[in-house]
Design a protein around this ligand. Structure first.
Ligand code: BJW
Length: 234
């Protein structure tokens, strides 16, 4: 890699784990505490909207109590300091990349601090009150807001921009994701097909480890600053 390399970075729940946010599939993770089909599908929401609204209100409240960690800060440094293009795509619905100073982050699975109106389909920045209390949409006033997150069976956001960046990338880096959820889990193969080098930084081997040119195993708070240092010195 040189100072003009084009880099696409994909992050997952593992990068926020050391900030105190639960991952999904680890022991004791969110999918052990809640049934995924109840809280992360449109069908679950139609069956029991209060359960789903309460689940996301709880996670938005928890987010207010945590801080970005060294991995989020290192990526923000990379974006500010690298001369080539860097696209940061996150599957995370938290705002820890932004709070660490990263600009133009693509949240492909939506954001906890955004609400989506089921009546007018507008997305609005959302700090509260709880969606469970059925507040009115800031745009059309209908009390029909849902969390602006992407559930199973729904189309993730910004796919065209992500695939365009992957097609021209020199390096694709995946950080803190199990590689269990598509389309994100397929990005490594797309990047390889388009000629990019591929690197994984994760606590343990992911479902897609075999697809990466290199896998470094360990904590994001250690691996990410080391890797960013290597790139910024190259
Ligand atoms: C650390 C660490 C530390 C811990 N340091 N590391 C059959 C085959 C293929 C696909 C499908 C299929 N059947 C159905 C599908 C599609 C489906 C899918 O993928 N299902 C799978 C279960 C198979 N996907 C969809 O429905 C998606 N939409 C879609 O496909 O639309 C059609 C389409 C077609 C063509 C192109 C494009 C689209 C939508 C998926 C929506 C996922 N939504 C969720 C919830 C979002 C809101 C919320 O946050 O509640 O997104 S589910 C959940 O999983 C969340 C996450 O973003 C996502 C990924 O999880 P992540 O981030 O990887 O977390 P974990 O917990 O799994 O892993 C954490 C990792 O970190 C672990 O490896 C740890 O070891 C590591 N770690 N501590 C470093 N300190």
């Amino acid at each position: 890699m040189d100072k003009n390399s084009k880099i696409v970075i994909l992050t997952g729940a593992g990068i926020s784990a050391e900030s105190g946010i639960d991952t999904f599939r680890s022991e004791g993770g969110l999918w052990e505490q809640h049934k995924v089909e109840d809280v992360a599908t449109p069908e679950g929401f139609a069956r029991d909207p209060d359960l789903v609204l309460g689940f996301y209100d709880m996670r938005r409240e928890a987010l207010a109590k945590v801080e970005p960690n060294a991995a989020h800060r290192a990526l923000a440094q990379l974006i500010a300091g690298h001369s080539g293009k860097v696209l940061l795509v996150t599957q995370n619905v938290d705002d820890l990349h932004e709070r660490a100073g990263a600009k133009n982050v693509l949240h492909m699975h939506g954001e906890l601090k955004s609400a989506l109106c089921q009546a007018c389909e507008m997305r609005s920045a959302w700090e509260g009150p709880a969606l469970l209390s059925r507040p009115p949409c800031p745009v059309c006033k209908a009390p029909m807001l849902r969390p602006d997150v992407v559930w199973f069976g729904e189309m993730p956001y910004e796919m065209e921009r992500i695939y365009a960046a992957i097609r021209s990338a020199d390096l694709f880096v995946s950080i803190g994701t199990s590689g269990a959820v598509y389309p994100a889990a397929g990005f490594v193969r797309d990047a390889k097909d388009c000629g990019a080098a591929t690197l994984e930084l994760n606590l343990e081997a992911s479902d897609g480890s075999a697809w990466f040119d290199e896998s470094r195993l360990g904590k994001a708070s250690e691996l990410v600053p080391q890797w960013v240092d290597e790139i910024l010195r190259s």
